[in-house]
Structures are given as C-alpha cells and as structure tokens.
Ligand binder design. Sequence first.
Ligand code: OSB
Ligand code: MG
Length: 369
Amino acid sequence: MKIEKFELIRLEMPLVRPFRTSFGVEYGRDVLLLKVTTDVGVGWGECVSGRDPLYSPEYVDGSIDVLQRFLLPRVMAPAEIAAEDVADLLRPIRGYPMAKGVIEMALLDAQLRNSGVSWGQHFGATRDTVPSGVSVGIPADDSMATLVEEVKSYVEAGYVRIKLKIQPGWDIEPTREIRRLFPDIPLQVDANQAYTRDSIRHLAQLDEFNLLLIEQPLREEDILGHAMMAREISTPVCLDETVVSFETAEQCLDLEACAIINIKPGRVGGYLEAKRIHDLCLERHIPVWCGGMLETGIGRAANIAMSALPGYTVVGDISESARFYSQDLTAPFVLDEGYMHVPTGAGLGIEVNEQTVASLTRSLQTVRK
Ligand code: OSB
Ligand code: MG
C-alpha cells in the first residue's frame, strides 16, 4: 500500500451514564480516530487511550503527540507499507501501544477492505455470533440500590455475564448482594489494581460467590504478587493491565500469576499482537476473553470479530452500543438474545457515519506524505 494521508480526528462522546472505576469517573469519552487514505482505499482505526493517564500511562494528548512527532513519520517513510510491517517499524519507539495499535488497525482495515476479507476471516474466527458481557461501574452515589437497578436492567436486556467494578470499601458486600439476587448469573469482578498484597485474605472472602474470575487486583508491575494471590484464593485470577505484550503474557503464564487473560488489543499494541497472545494461550489451554475500552462501533466491530476466535472461551466485555452511547459512529451494535453478530463485511465490516463524526469532532489534523 502507498499511504496518501492520515487524519487524526478527536471527538467528544457523551456517555449515557457516568462510568466509575477504582481509578476515576468518566462522564464522556475523549475518542481519537485515525483515518488513513491509501492508493487501495480508506481504513479506520480507533485509539483506546483515555483522556487522563489513569488506566494506563498512555492518554489521548500523549497518543496524538507521539503519533505526530514519531510514529506517523516512521510509517510514511517507506514508499510502500503493509499493516504487518507496522509493529517492527515502530519498535524503536518505546511505549505507546495504543497509538501504535491504531496505525496498524487503520492500515489493516484498508488492506482487508481492498481484498474483500473480513476482520474475522483474516484472524481465523470460528463462530458468527459471540456472547455478550457487560461491565458495571461503581455507582456514582455509592448506593447498593443504584447498583441493583443497573444490573437488573442489563440482565433484562439479555447480557449473559455481569462484571462488577470493585475497590476497597466496595467489594465483598456488593458482590454478595448481586450474587444473592442473581444466583445463577455468570459473575466476575475487576479491581483495576486497587489492592495490595496485604489484601489477599480480604479478597479471599469473594471465594464463596462462585465468581468466574477476579481481574487485576494488584498493581500492573506486581506479577509475583498475583502469583502469590493465585495460590491463596480459589477465585481464578485474571490479568488485564499487567499484560502489555506477548512477552509479559508468557511470563505471567510461566509464573502462574493468572489462570485467564483479558486481551485488550490496544493495550498490547494492536490486533496482530493480540492474536499472538491468543495463540499462545490456546496452546497452553489458558482461556482468554476480549476486554473493552468503551469503544465506539469502530473498535467494537474488531473486538467482536476477535472474540469469535477459538481461544476466546470466556465471555468478553462486548456490550451493545447503547450501553455507553445514545448515538454511535456506526450502525448501532445490538444484542440478539444475549449475543452479538460478528460483522461479515470486508475489513472492519462497518460503515462510519461521517456526518455523526463531523458533528462530534473537536479537532482534526491531517498529516500528508
Ligand atoms: O479494566 O476492563 C477495564 C473500561 C475502561 C478502562 C478499563 C476497563 C474498562 C471496562 C469497560 O471495564 C469495558 C467495556 O468497554 O465494556
Ligand atoms: Mg480490566
């Protein structure tokens, strides 16, 4: 492919309700899209960095800066490029997996659209629908009634798995209450690094609730601490933030720091790296699932397709557009009896509504070759 230009499009997308985790509250998402124009057509990518560096060190202004200063110039240097070349070309630049991943995503979309191959076909999807789970934030008013109301609405909508966000002071009791009211629903919790090794005995109290997993209880760097916790509690430990690459995934498995991995393509530098981690886990019989980063329909399309790969045996954070947005940037993704349909069109298989994008755009920068 020959790149003609990149467009960095930054939008403000209001959330249908505030999303509160152990690291903060979000009222709207600061969305960064990357549109590439090439000699074979156009491609879209969605960068999953957040407004502030709270989930990971990367944040939207940082992603934009590193894209403009270092990443886009490097991918535009060769006369021709394929999506498969991007990771190696960008390896000398440290960090910024989300910014790197969005370049690869946009180029792969252009490439696949041109060859008539869907995201799912390209990566080896084996199913045409995937089960849908939903991540439930900590209530803005700290009230159990609010949590119960929200969970109830998702169960009624058909979600087949519920994930509760927890933090010190909001953990055992809310989980107990949701388990009491929904004795059979597949349930899991996510701490986003909010605990220390001193909390292992405390978190062992979750063992009685028959949870699918506990996600990222300790600091990102604390692989050993997770291995210690995994030995002391019966709830399976799942890692999210810790797994920033194939190599960290391999170390976590070798050290038995987790029994399950949440693969977020943006966090590991893109969908190709996500596929490598999937393959490793499949070979080692470690179940994986696809996490979410409040994606619009653009990122959601790709995540749904990845979730249809054979190793994704745990329900992902694959909710419908309306879970986060009243107006999506694509035709809305909707639940069909608890399942989402894997897009079948070429590339991401979605059409971006450019009018909606334009109406929500706060800044647009064009980088030409
Ligand atoms: O830890 O999984 C997480 C959202 C933003 C940042 C981190 C996380 C999340 C979620 C939302 O849990 C998942 C989704 O997009 O449905
Ligand atoms: Mg998580």
